[in-house]
Design a protein around this ligand. Structure first.
Ligand SMILES: [Zn+2]
Length: 412
């Protein structure tokens, strides 16, 4: 019973081992189809690089347009302050014109009042003259009879004198009144001439101020024209900028969509390749560089994970493919690509589903889709991307994702 049970357990574990082997076989089987997916990924990455270039070009144009817009706004601000200054001058002139209007109106009122006085005086003079003439005429007409009778009818000499004096004094008082009225009229006419002179001088002043104001009005019109020209130029720049901004949004949307697809492919790949089952043989990886100086090892440093080893070497030192495989990434890494900061970066997919990555290269000699042999020179050491000196950053990954890195030092 005991042995039988042990045998069946052995059998079971053997079966399980076979199953695992089959499973590993089936799991690694899709890797033959993976270069297609890698091609797809690299196509997307290449498309993203193009889009990124277009996006950067559009952004540059947007920045240039922004400078031009800022210039136009500065021009408009300058014009506006000129318009404000001239407008202030115009306002002052208008105040002067209004003040002169009031003074001219005062003079006009005085002229009206003097005219009225003159008319009144003339009327009175006419009345006095008419009365005098009537009386004289009456005296004259009656002169032959009544005046003589009046005089002859005097009862005494005194009476005669009184009567003749009456006639004379009447004439004298009328004459005095006429003289007085004439004098008044002369005075009024003299005043009127003075007032009219004042008025024309005020009107001349006003005309002068009005012509000064007209000059400034013309200047404002000129500045307004320049202002609206600048505004329409700005509007044009703005609409160009808006259209570029929407282009940038479209590029970015496409980049994001591509990245999502790249991630999806990467996830699909990493789920296909069960990392835990991959047991890369020690010794199958070749040291990837002519230099053997390790400037930084694998693991946590300064609070963050260093996912590879840094091999320092002079610029241009050959970098070798650590194993044979297919180049799945050969690009200048950019933010959002999954390789931002890595500079010129190459990633090779190997038959067993592992990857090796070579970063900060000065130059890349292989392109995506190319099959490379172990030891083939694929790049030269450099300091591109987020790097402070010439070195090769080398990673071994159990899958496509950066979270699957292992310490390369265990695999040489
Ligand atoms: Zn590094």
């Amino acid at each position: 019973m005991r042995t039988g049970k042990r045998v069946s357990l052995r059998l079971l574990s053997l079966l399980m081992a076979v199953c695992l082997c089959l499973g590993a076989f089936w799991m690694s089987a899709p890797s033959t189809a993976e270069p297609v997916r890698a091609d797809e990924t690299s196509d997307l990455q290449q498309r993203n690089q193009e889009l990124e270039t277009q996006r950067q070009q559009a952004q540059q144009q947007i920045d240039q347009l922004q400078q031009q817009i800022d210039q136009q706004q500065a021009v408009q601000d300058d014009l506006q302050s000129q318009i404000d200054a001239v407008q202030q001058q115009v306002t002052l002139y208008q105040e002067q014109i209004d003040g002169l209007d009031v003074q001219i109106q005062e003079q006009n009122d005085r002229i009206d009042s003097l005219n009225m006085q003159l008319e009144q005086s003339q009327q009175r003079r006419e009345e006095v003259e008419n009365l005098f003439h009537d009386r004289m005429l009456a005296l004259y007409l009656e002169g032959n009879t009544s005046t003589l009778e009046l005089l002859l009818g005097a009862k005494s000499y005194a009476d005669f004198l009184t009567r003749s004096q009456y006639v004379d004094s009447l004439a004298a008082s009328d004459q005095a009144m006429l003289d007085e009225l004439l004098q008044l009229e002369n005075q009024i006419n003299a005043d009127m001439a003075e007032v009219e002179a004042t008025r024309s001088s005020l009107e001349a002043n006003q005309a002068q101020v009005q012509s000064l104001k007209a000059e400034q009005d013309a200047k404002i019109a000129e500045l307004d024209t320049l202002q609206s020209q600048s505004e329409s130029a700005e509007a044009q720049l703005q609409s160009s900028q808006d259209s570029l901004l929407s282009d940038v949004e479209q590029y970015q949307a496409e980049i994001d969509a591509n990245n999502a697809q790249i991630e999806e492919i990467a996830r699909a790949n990493s789920s296909k390749v069960d990392n835990s089952t991959i047991q890369p043989d020690n010794g199958t990886y070749l040291w990837p560089c002519a230099s053997h100086t390790i400037s930084s090892g694998y693991g946590y440093r300064w609070g963050s994970m260093h996912r590879g080893i840094d091999i320092s070497a002079p610029a241009g030192t050959p970098i070798y493919a650590s194993r044979s495989g297919v180049v799945v990434v050969s690009m200048m890494g950019y933010s959002g690509s999954g390789f931002g900061g890595y500079g010129n970066v190459i990633m090779i997919q190997h038959d067993d589903g592992t990857y090796t990555m070579y970063a900060h290269c000065q130059s890349r000699y292989v392109s995506v889709g190319e099959t490379v042999e172990q030891g083939q020179v694929i790049a030269g050491v450099g300091s591109t991307g987020n790097s402070t000196g010439n070195h090769l950053h080398f990673e071994i990954r159990m899958g496509v994702s950066s979270s699957t890195t292992v310490n390369p030092m265990n695999y040489f």
